[in-house]
Design a protein. Structure first.
Length: 224
């Protein structure tokens, strides 16, 4: 079995050491490097070319958001898992725009991290339930004042009612299987709907779909 080559970036050595101990228990994971700050992380990305990068959002100096933006320029195919301890919609939203592939709160267990690997390997955006709640609450309380909707040529009116339902569930962090169970569809049908949605909206991936849904208010005002 080919191992997942991982770079860990966190400014707290104790947390970094603990995360390494957890990950080393899994034979399909190889930690190829570690960095205590953004600039060092960028150096190691260029040298080591990791497949996955686990990074803290809130670091002094070059924070996780700015570091992720640079990582994606250097290595567009690198998959970034963002870690945070802060209940902060703005930071999560900015990290999403920077190109992160998964979001996890630091106080979640190892199984959550393994689930993130599983989902992003399927090219799906992964958000823990806590992160999904942060995003949903942030949309309703803070809104999206910086959105320039007029720049979008494609209107989401091209989506069917079913497709809009699926967009909402994707934004809430549900997997294809979970969406399929809710809507009484097969996972394959949900996958096809998602592919069609991306094509209709001229989007590339799930992360861009989540951003689009947030910016264009495609999420109903329901109690979370």
């Amino acid at each position: 079995m080919e191992k997942k080559r991982i770079l860990i970036v966190d400014d707290h050595q104790m947390f970094l050491d603990g995360l390494k101990l957890v990950l080393k228990q899994h034979k399909n994971i190889e930690i190829i490097g570690e960095a205590l700050n953004g600039p060092r992380a960028l150096e190691l990305v260029k040298i080591l070319k990791p497949e996955y990068i686990i990074i803290d959002i809130n670091m002094p100096g070059l924070n996780g958001i700015a570091t992720t933006e640079e990582i994606k320029k250097i290595c567009p195919d690198c998959k970034v898992i963002a870690l945070t301890m802060v209940d902060d919609f703005v930071s999560v939203n900015q990290m999403l725009k920077a190109g992160a592939n998964a979001f996890i709160l630091k106080n979640t267990g190892a199984q959550e991290l393994l689930k993130a690997f599983e989902m992003i390997d399927k090219d799906e955006l992964y958000m823990s339930s806590d992160i999904s709640e942060i995003i949903m609450k942030g949309i309703y309380t803070l809104g999206q004042p910086d959105v320039q909707k007029s720049k979008r040529v494609v209107s989401h009116d091209v989506l069917t009612h079913r497709e809009k339902e699926i967009v909402e569930h994707v934004t809430r962090g549900l997997t294809n299987t979970e969406i399929a169970n809710l809507l009484f569809l097969s996972p394959a049908t949900v996958k096809t709907h998602r592919k069609n949605i991306l094509a209709k909206l001229n989007l590339n991936n799930t992360a861009s779909l989540v951003r689009y849904a947030m910016e264009h208010e495609l999420i109903s005002d329901q109690k979370i």
